[in-house]
Design a protein around this ligand. Sequence first.
Ligand SMILES: Cc1cc2nc3c(=O)[nH]c(=O)nc-3n(C[C@H](O)[C@H](O)[C@H](O)COP(=O)(O)OP(=O)(O)OC[C@H]3O[C@@H](n4cnc5c(N)ncnc54)[C@H](O)[C@@H]3O)c2cc1C
Length: 308
Amino acid sequence: MEQFEKLNKSTSEELDKILGIPFKVLDKGFIRVVDYMGTDSSIVQAARVSYGVGTKQVSEDEKLIRYLLRNMHTSPFEMCEIKLHIKVPMDAWRQWIRHRTANVNEYSTRYSIAIDDSQQTLPGEWRFQAADNKQGSSGFVQEEEGKLLTKQEEEFHKHARDIYNSRIENGIAREQARKDLPLSTYTEAYWKIDLQNLLRFLKLRMDPHAQYEIRRYAEVIGEEILSKWCPLTWKAFKDYMFNSTSFSGIEMDVLKQIVSGTPEDLEKTADESGWLKKRKDGTLVRNRERLEFEEKISKLGITAPWNK
Ligand SMILES: Cc1cc2nc3c(=O)[nH]c(=O)nc-3n(C[C@H](O)[C@H](O)[C@H](O)COP(=O)(O)OP(=O)(O)OC[C@H]3O[C@@H](n4cnc5c(N)ncnc54)[C@H](O)[C@@H]3O)c2cc1C
């Protein structure tokens, strides 16, 4: 019979300290850790099965975790799982639930009375529709207008709740009485996900382009929970997934010309990609790919020559 080493369950002292303790999110939401399996060591342990114990180059835990994430060897990260209890408004939950690789059990408003909490927006928190991004917001409305919007919201929430309560009192089925509750109504769920898919969730939902409300939840999961649960993975995630960027073939060609080509070659390359089409008045036609490229290189301190 083959001999195996004695195993100890891998736990995180830092995460154990916050087990069950809720972190407040938005006005009435929260996230708390219910349970977890594995830690940074479990990733290393699983990876060593594929590389063999004692592989020289990747022998230290941090180096190995960084190597795995950098090279998208993601399956060892699936050895870790976390179960969260969350309270979140339904509009943010609708985005959250699109991450299909999690296991979910949500509070049932068919079985129970709907949670009597709605996410409220303070006068200074109303955002304008962004002009350049149909899915985004930009800037805040003035306080006076915000006060009016908040007052209307309060009245609307109260009205919707009163109607719901009166339906319930009159014996209407909970499954039907709930249909006119606003999307700001809070729901609760248990959400369990493995670390590989959690990193993907965080990459998308911590992004500055993600909606503020779900971003707040993602930030709490990353900064307050993952940082304690798997600190080495959290650090590697920030380096290789969150704060990193990638360049497409076209972008590489244009960047090469910006850094070491002639203005003529740059113009030709960018023009071939349709980036520099001009209107009659000489201004550049809006090109989403070009704008995204400009945003990426601005992080490197480079201004696109056509904007100088
Ligand atoms: C900024 C932003 C805007 C968005 N806008 C919209 C929108 O307008 N409308 C809309 O409907 N959604 C929208 N989404 C949701 C988006 O399309 C994804 O469904 C969501 O982000 C979940 O990502 P995911 O599929 O990577 O995650 P998961 O569902 O957790 O899946 C993880 C990975 O598993 C694999 N996978 C999972 N399920 C399947 C499958 N069935 N087939 C093949 N591979 C699978 C894929 O590799 C996937 O990336 C938006 C998301 C973001 C971040």
